[in-house]
Design a protein around this ligand. Structure first.
Ligand code: NDP
Ligand code: 2IT
Length: 455
């Protein structure tokens, strides 16, 4: 069979490609899912562009440049020696140094990090900034650990990671379980090991090279994406009832921006369940949650006790009626049935703050119902975009003002929105943002790879 796809053979070629990905990466379900979702958009687009096939561009993008797996040994407060596994997946550096977060969570596996690094490659391309795609982390569970234990773990993790990163090589940042505290410990250890003060991590404290609005950027950007989609329909967030999942960094700043734009957020969640507050989670209640999560490191169920509202143990918020939904917790947190329930209950728009939060059948349901659907690689790119701006500020040894950064973040999200429209608008006018994001993200990386030849 020829390697060259033709429009007639698109489906056959997609299936052959996907079978190869499954065969070479056995058991890596999340990675398969992420690659399939992208390939499904890319094959029809490249079916009449043989140069991409001849050079096996998508095949190369779905094989990480490099994966580093290492042992992390640390001592807990009782003097026990603990062993975790650390990873860094360097997926693709065609358009810039590898860039992407670190996740500390017990369900971290190679499959999870490979899916995240693959997605990051397209997301970073969409930002328009020169950043390749990477991701890393560990199966370490920060929950219930003391600050000293987290510090010792971070130091042990960096003792290996520092060999593989650098401001022009690979620049990690935060993700689930890695916030300001962890980035501080990681950066401190990098500096100690290398005797260099360079922008090797983003999401740093403002005192040591961090950028204003990096903390807020992902959540804000996810809401700007929704605002941009609504604007096409001459609509706004004002007055809309919104359902948000999660209660970490992305979720809380999404709530803050929705409130500022006049929307009402009625849910937040964590892995134990969700709270339903029909009066809305206003700025005061949100400040209470941020303190609960970042200082006391408590659970969202405590909100229900404090504000006398319902807590739905073991459930996810998608059963609550809403106009707009913002999944901001983790992958595959919206099942196919939950997606259908959202549509049935009148939800008109979904903007994904988390990475790949919707199962493929759910994504298909959103697209079939032709509701506004911003996939994660477009919707949550505001975080890594401001990380890119942090890298620029570090290289130039300057700090930009909050106003300048706010403008750049908004401009970046609008640019991403417009690229999705350019590549995703269908003949009937419906914008398939998923297709648009995948194709727009692909083209830039693919063209850079073509320019390098076969390497
Ligand atoms: P945080 O660690 O700050 O918060 C994570 C939130 O998600 C917590 O509420 C956590 O609840 C919940 N959660 C985690 N795992 C699960 C699970 N298995 N089931 C249900 N809930 C879960 O992380 P972030 O807010 O930074 O990240 C959230 C999502 O956003 C992730 O998908 C991340 O990849 C994505 N993202 C983050 C960016 C950033 O800048 N931070 C940038 C772009 C995307 P619990 O405490 O119970 O675990
Ligand atoms: O998924 C993501 O884009 C992030 N966790 C942020 C990555 C970054 O480098 O800021």
């Amino acid at each position: 069979m020829s390697k060259i796809a033709t429009p007639e053979k698109t489906q056959e070629y997609l299936e052959r490609f996907y079978a190869g990905v499954q065969r070479r990466n056995p058991g890596e379900q999340e990675f398969h899912q992420a690659v399939y979702e992208v390939a499904h958009s890319i094959f029809p687009y490249i079916s009449d562009k043989p140069h991409y096939h001849e050079k096996q561009i998508l095949e190369r993008m779905a094989e990480p440049d490099r994966v580093v797996i290492f042992r992390v040994v640390w001592e807990d407060d009782e003097g026990n020696i603990r062993v975790n596994r650390g990873y860094r997946v360097q997926n693709n550096n065609a358009i810039g140094p590898y860039k992407g977060g670190l996740r500390f969570h017990p369900n971290v596996t190679l499959s999870v990090l490979k899916f995240l690094a693959f997605e990051q490659t397209f997301k970073n391309s969409l930002t328009g900034l020169p950043m390749g795609g990477g991701k890393g982390g560990s199966d370490f569970n920060p929950k219930g650990k003391s600050d000293s234990e987290v510090m010792r773990f971070c130091q042990a993790f960096m003792n290996e990671l520092y060999h593989h990163i650098g401001p022009d090589i690979d620049v990690p940042a935060g993700d689930i379980g890695v916030g300001a505290r962890e980035i501080g410990y990681l950066f401190g250890q990098y500096k100690r090991l290398t005797n260099q003060f360079v922008g090797v991590l983003t999401g740093k404290g403002l005192e040591f090279g961090g950028s204003l609005i990096r903390t807020e950027a992902t959540g804000y950007g996810t809401v700007y994406m929704m605002e941009n989609m609504l604007a096409v329909k001459n609509d706004t967030i004002d007055g809309k009832t919104c359902v948000v999942s999660g209660s970490g960094n992305v979720a809380t700043y999404a709530v803050e921006k929705i409130n500022q734009l006049g929307g009402k957020v009625v849910t937040l969640s964590d892995s134990s369940g969700y709270v339903f507050d029909p009066d809305g989670i206003d700025a005061e209640k949100l400040a209470w949650i941020v303190d609960l999560k970042t200082v006391k490191r408590g659970r969202i169920s405590e909100y229900a006790d404090e504000f006398n509202v319902e807590f739905h143990q073991g459930k996810r918020p998608w059963e609550v009626e809403c106009d707009l939904a913002f999944p901001c917790a983790t992958q595959n947190e919206v099942s196919g049935d939950e997606a259908k329930l959202l549509i049935k209950n009148g939800c008109r728009g979904v903007s994904e703050g988390a990475n790949m939060p919707t199962e493929q059948v759910g994504v298909d349901a959103f697209l079939e119902a032709k509701i506004m659907f911003a996939p994660s690689k477009a919707a949550n790119a505001g975080g890594v975009a401001v990380s890119g701006l942090e890298m620029s500020q570090n290289s130039a040894r300057i700090s930009w003002s909050e106003g300048d950064l706010q403008t750049l973040l908004k401009k970046t999200m609008l640019g991403i929105h417009d690229q999705c429209v350019e590549y995703g608008q269908e003949p009937d006018g419906y914008v398939n943002y998923l297709k648009g994001a995948n194709v727009a993200g692909f083209v830039k990386v693919a063209d850079a790879m073509l320019a390098y030849g076969v390497v």
